[in-house]
Design a protein around this ligand. Sequence first.
Ligand code: MG
Length: 291
Amino acid sequence: MKRIRYASEDGLCTASGIPATNNQAAIVFRHFFAKAAELKSPREIGMMREAGKIVAEALAMCREMAKPGVRTIEIDRVVEALYVKYNAKPLFKGYAIQSVKVPFPAATCISLNEQVVHGIPGAREIRDGDLVKIDTACKLEGWCADAAITVMVGDVRPERRRLVESGQQVLKIAIEEMGRRRYWSEVAGQMQRFAEGTGFSVVKNYVGHGIGRTMHEQPQVPNFVNREMKKQDFRLEEGLVLAVEPMLNMGRGDIRVMSDHWTVVTVDAMPSVHVEHTLALTRNGVEIVTA
Ligand code: MG
C-alpha cells in the first residue's frame, strides 16, 4: 500500500517568508525534523528482514494461487492465515487515513487489470490473461515490511506482458541505482526515463515511502521527478529503508478512486502494473528486505 501524495507536506518549502514569532519558528522546526527519515541500524534492518521474509513467503503463495477461477478473497484468507501462523500483524487490515472514512478491510490489496492499486479482495474470479497485482505488508516484533507483485495469469497478451516486464525493469533499475547515486531524485529520474521510454505512463498520484516501525514513514519516494518532489529530495545514506513501488499504465497515467473508497483504477480502463520491494541501504549495498 502506498502513500497518497500530499502537496501540503512540502512544509518548509510552502512556508513563505520568515515565521513571525519564535513560537511559529518552533512549530516549523518541529515540522522540519519530523520530516527527516529515520535511519535504521544493521540490527533493526535485520528485524525488518524477518518481517520481509514473511511478506516474501506470502507473495510466493499468492503467485501460486493466482489461477483462473480463484476468487481474490481466497488468496487474501491464505495470506492472513500465514500472518497468524507467524504471529505477524497484517498492516493493511483496518488501515485508515483521514480522508477516507472506511478502513481497508483485508490483509492484501488485490487489483486486477485496470485496477492500479488498493483493490479490495472479494468474490471476483481471476480469469485467463489477467494481470493480478497483489500488495501486502506485515509487522513482526515491532518492524514492518511491504512488497507487491504483478502475476500474469495464463495466456497474457504480448502488450500486457511488455507492460509487466517494464514495471519489473523499473524496480530493478531502482535497486541497482540506489546503491550508486547520492540523491533519490537521480534514481527516480532513471526510473522515469526508462518507463517513459517504453511508451507507457508513470502514475504520479501515488508514491513509495520510508518504512520501519510504522508502514508509512518519511520520506516520500516518487517514481518520477518534478519540481514539487524535487523540493523533498533526500540524500541516499546508510540505514535508509524505503518501500519502492513503481506503477505504470499502458494508456494515460490518470487514475480515479472507485466508490468503494479504495480501489484505484485507470481513467481510460487500460491495464496497469505495480511491483514493490522494501529496500535497505546498507554498508554492503542495497539489501532487498522483502526477497
Ligand atoms: Mg508500500
